[in-house]
Design a binder for this molecule. Structure first.
Ligand code: GTP
Ligand code: MG
Length: 354
């Protein structure tokens, strides 16, 4: 440490021993000590593993859209999902099993939609960092009585950075102080222009309380997802993303994952960042045990050796040995650098300066 402090001092930077330095500063020093070259190679190994292979078009079949619900605090994201699930899911929900996961599958006229709630979820920051692959459509919830607020703007940036479609749900229209036109006007500043304002963004005025507009919102989601033709190959090793994970006293590490490609089966070996294991059991969003999870399905999985990070990518492997090797590579090699790379690519600064 003393050497580094001295080195920085000589290059004109005064730093104390417990001070954080920028990535660039660290890189400069690392290059000098020839640490970087070796590091880069290792990072490449991981990138190779996480790389998206081109899929043969003939293997692709239609998959449900994955929709995330975003917006400013208290604008009614969870209420809206509750309203959606009540109108569509309650009939399936035998026993009303409590769910602590923010991922739900809803069926509308025989078409499935996977919803992810984002209650200030840290998971989501990482998910967006991982890129556009995680969700297809964002429902931007804006309360009609409150209008565009800081987290509304942040949510727009996240959705744009991930390159996903945005549907605006103007919520709480039952309130006397609701002002739908004001929300439309405010959002024009962020290039979300309603059709009646001359743009092409879908706006649906809704009320989670009276359920007004909920059907239209679901229709718009189905319509939008049909336009983007969502497909995945279900007959390959699964891969996807961790939505959340925790250590359960009785069950050990529990991860809620979203399968994005392939089909995950009980008994599959998987690697998730530094964690790995064999899927011992899987539960769907209604708490039912399932044996398989197809693309766009959120499931809770048991059988990991440790709790993985939210936002981490999981890969099913042919053997447990392979899964273990991947996680070991991951632990020893450049996770920080990998995150840094992804962050740089998707940084909001970058977005705003474009
Ligand atoms: P966070 O997850 O904390 O960001 O909040 P949220 O966006 O999920 O909001 P939530 O659904 O928890 O709702 C916040 C408050 O707004 C609650 O008191 C709801 O009852 C109320 N609310 C939500 N939707 C409506 C609506 O359509 N009309 C009215 N009048 N109130 C609503
Ligand atoms: Mg909420």
């Amino acid at each position: 440490a003393a050497t580094l402090v001295k080195k920085l001092f000589l290059s004109g930077k005064m730093v104390s021993i417990n001070q954080e330095i920028t990535f660039e500063e660290a890189e400069e020093i690392a290059i000098e000590y020839e640490i970087i070259a070796e590091h880069e190679v290792k990072v490449d190994v991981i990138k190779e593993l996480l790389k998206e292979e081109e899929e043969d078009a003939s293997t692709l079949v239609k998959r449900p859209p994955v929709v995330c619900v975003m917006g400013h605090v208290d604008h009614g994201k969870t209420s809206l999902l509750d309203a959606i699930r009540e109108t569509n899911v309650t009939s399936h929900e035998a026993g009303g099993i409590t769910q602590h996961i923010g991922a739900y599958v809803v069926e509308v006229n025989g078409e499935k939609i996977t919803f992810l709630d984002t209650p200030g979820h840290e998971a989501f920051t990482s998910m967006r960092m991982r890129g556009a692959q995680s969700t297809d459509i964002a429902i931007l919830v804006v309360a009609a009585d409150d209008g565009v607020m800081p987290q509304t703007i942040e949510a727009i940036s996240h959705a744009k950075a991930a390159g996903i479609q945005i549907i605006v749900a103007i919520n709480k229209i039952d309130k006397p102080s609701a002002n739908i036109e004001r929300v439309k006007q405010e959002l024009t500043e962020y290039e979300l222009v309603a059709e009646d304002w001359g743009g092409d963004t879908i706006f649906v005025p809704v009320s989670a309380h009276t359920k007004e507009g909920i059907e239209q919102l679901l229709e718009m989601i189905i319509l939008t997802s049909e336009l983007v033709e969502l497909k995945a190959n279900p007959d390959r090793n699964a891969r996807g993303i961790v939505i959340e994970a925790e250590l359960d006293k009785g069950r050990g590490p529990v991860a809620t994952v979203l399968v994005q490609k392939g089909t995950l089966h009980v008994g599959d070996s998987i690697a998730i960042g530094s964690a790995y294991g064999k899927v011992r059991a899987m539960m769907d969003d209604k708490g039912r045990r399932v044996k398989d999870a197809a693309p766009s399905t959120p499931v809770e999985i048991l059988g990991l050796n440790e709790v993985p990070d939210a936002g981490e990518i999981f890969i099913a492997t042919d053997t447990e040995k392979e899964a273990r090797a991947i996680s070991e590579t991951y632990i020893s090699q450049g996770r920080e650098k990998l995150l840094e790379d992804t962050k740089a690519k998707l940084s909001l600064d970058g977005l705003f300066s474009q």
